[in-house]
Design a protein around this ligand. Structure first.
Ligand SMILES: [Zn+2]
Ligand SMILES: [Zn+2]
Length: 181
């Protein structure tokens, strides 16, 4: 017997006649909750309002895909918000620490001690400048990519118009265009 896994993705198994058919030639019977081929739909489910399986499956699968994509964006937002909050908090703490240092400067008695503090503060500044620059560059890059991506989505929507029938190879062209800048 042919297991479900052996069926190619483009085909569906008719539970009535036990054969595989192309998804375009199969139907879903909501009364019996079965996937059946055209012939079996006609012979045995004539009075049940069988639905075109391709459009039904595509609708479901598109909805699932879109939902999953939406969740990815949502997950990103949560993580990003957390990072943002931590960063703000950390930078505030570091600022507090440095303010305290400034207050302590006048209490410094020895020249060596002052020099050490000088060097340390200069090092802190260099470190922060370098690291934050790196981070902001990545963030800026990401922002640009998201911006381009959004423009691409907007463009696709405009091209698509009200009725969606054929939108095959637009994606590749769009990607090629966006890589120019
Ligand atoms: Zn059949
Ligand atoms: Zn039926």
């Amino acid at each position: 017997m042919v297991g479900i896994r052996a069926i190619p993705e483009t085909h569906r198994f008719c539970v009535e006649c036990q054969f595989n058919y192309h998804v375009d030639a199969t139907f879903f019977c909501p009364t019996c909750d079965k996937i059946v081929c055209g012939a079996c739909a006609y012979r045995r489910h004539k009075k049940h309002r069988c639905e075109d399986l391709t459009s039904k499956e595509m609708e479901t699968s598109c909805r699932v895909e879109c939902q999953a994509t939406r969740h990815s964006f949502n997950d990103y937002n949560k993580v990003h918000r957390g990072i943002q909050e931590n960063l703000t908090h950390l930078v505030e703490k570091i600022e507090e620490f440095l303010l305290e240092k400034i207050d302590n400067v006048r209490m410094m008695e020895k020249f060596d001690e002052g020099m050490r503090e000088n060097v340390a503060c200069s090092d802190y500044r260099q470190f922060f400048k370098r690291t934050s620059k790196e981070y902001l560059q990545h963030a800026r890059n990401f922002e640009n990519k998201m911006h381009t991506f959004f423009k691409k989505l907007e463009g696709e929507q405009l091209q698509r118009g009200p009725v969606d029938d054929e939108t095959p190879n637009d994606e590749e062209e769009e990607v090629a265009n966006t890589q120019d800048d």
